[in-house]
Design a protein around this ligand. Sequence first.
Ligand code: ADP
Ligand code: MG
Length: 633
Amino acid sequence: MPIRRLPPEAVNRIAAGEVIERPAAAVKELVENALDAGARRIRVAIERGGIASLSIEDDGGGIPVEELPLAVERHATSKLVAADDGAVDLLNIFTMGFRGEALPSIGAVARLTITSRARGRDEAWRIDVEGGVITEPRPAPFGGVGSGTVVQVRDLFFATPARLKFLKSERAEAMAITDAIKRLAMARADVAFILETDGRTVLRYPAEDDPENEGRRRRLAAVLGAEFAPNAVPIDATRNGVRLTGFAGLPTMSRGSGEHHHLFVNGRPVRDKLVVGAVRAAYQDLLARDRRPVVALYVDLSPEEVDVNVHPAKTEVRFRDASAVRGLIVGAVSHALAAAGHRASTTVAAQALDAVRAGAWAGGAGNAAPGGGFGGGFGGGGFAPQRPTQAALSAWTLAETALAFAEPSSRVEPVAEPSPFANGAGADPQGVGAQIVDPLDYPLGAARAQLHETYIVAQTRDGIVIVDQHAAHERLVYERMKRHLEAGGAPRQALLIPDVVDLDPHDCERLAARAAELAELGLVIEPFGAGAILVRETPALLGEIDTRGLLQDLADDIAELGEAHALKERLEEVCASMACRGSVRAGRRLTAPEMNALLREMERTPFSGQCNHGRPTYVELKLADIERLFGRR
Ligand code: ADP
Ligand code: MG
């Protein structure tokens, strides 16, 4: 067959396959257009999952009648300026759109009507495109007084029946549209969004003032639920011109899927492998493998530092300095979580309390349980670090034992006086001196009792705290091991005969370039010709290892993420399991000073609010909540 140019309708349909793969993609493109037009209020209405009809109404600048035909033409856009020589600057993109593909693509596969009143004009005009056929603009009625645009799409994919067959149920498509609007609403708290599906209002977000701080917090609460903000730590970090803001959920509020990663790059909702990987790394030893945190992170940087033209739907980006961005995210998020210290999420207490309530109220008195739970039990955030008493610290010998972590068997059992009731251990003035803080004022309070040789019950000024001693101790030991790893470098063992591992030459180069960093983690390697690596020493903690597998994992990490992640991860995993084995068992009796020392150390230790598997190490019940349990409130 001879080579022929495709007719424009065919080109547009092919493009539509990429840009508009489902109704939600059309909604996303049209809402982005409204945002680019400066809209402050956007109303979306869909019918039957958007397949029968969808319309997007905005109060933006509108489209002048003379430009309407251009708007629906392929590769026509008002968002890129060409220089005199025709060169277009694709590096400085400040708008959501720039490819000039959405409207012609939609027009090629559906019945599209655009009605618009441009700023400063009196009349409104409409233009229709049906399966790629454009009709002349004609005057049209338009509500309201100001400028704005209504884009209406009916019978999506009627011109491409094959695509229609691939759509999910109407319900699923409606869900996808809702999600798309939620994502855009999280990106732009300053804009009001309304979504109506089949005549019912399902989303209504008012425009917020202060869209970078309090306004964003309110918008996130509206989108993600009221429990998000009080259970998340704020992030604000800048490095080398890259700014990271937003909120990172406490590990105890984790979910079973990554659907709850909300990432925005220069105001654009994206799904980016690198950012997802960085978030994973930041929470890596705080969550079990199958749990994912809830985060809303905003990366802002000069448009020149990020390529948004990677994907037709513009949902992926490429950073010029990917490892810097990754480093910023990992650093800032883990820092913020560490600063949150032993905070566990209020959902933990809420769940526990609900369970208690369920038991207590079974069979009657249904009116007594208040709905909605209680807000923000942890109030304004982390606690100021306080000095533990010397006496308490020296009594705390348990954590030390596990520190001999090369030989976990050589633990010294401390002599513990069985004393199930440590009456007023903290209030007891003996040996602690008068200037010491009243233990009741410590965040985790004064230990009052140990129950079932497993739980420490402590009293605070306005509530009670129940600590799972094993989970808490495991976390403390693990954090200590990590500190030792960081301070002294990982202990390593020399191989009797160095191992020669054959690898792809590129992988060898990558590994050799990081040799110094790897040596700090206990892995000593040297290049060995073009396609091989010589392994001289390995991390003692790992014992006998498959050096080839480890090197390959490391090379993959460096190639993909710019960082040798796998080794640290494995070392931390070993620490975690040793910490688990070396920790105070449930079932061991603790003395009052031991219990109080454990509480004080928890207060000082980062991440102590959850064990290495993301389970909480303690729950706190406020007196007010307890009073509710007994129907006193
Ligand atoms: P792009 O957004 O990449 O420029 P589109 O096909 O989505 O391409 O839109 C083409 C052009 O139509 C835009 O550049 C813009 O000038 C105009 N336009 C589209 N939607 C609107 C709107 N809601 N308000 C004002 N102008 C719009
Ligand atoms: Mg567009």
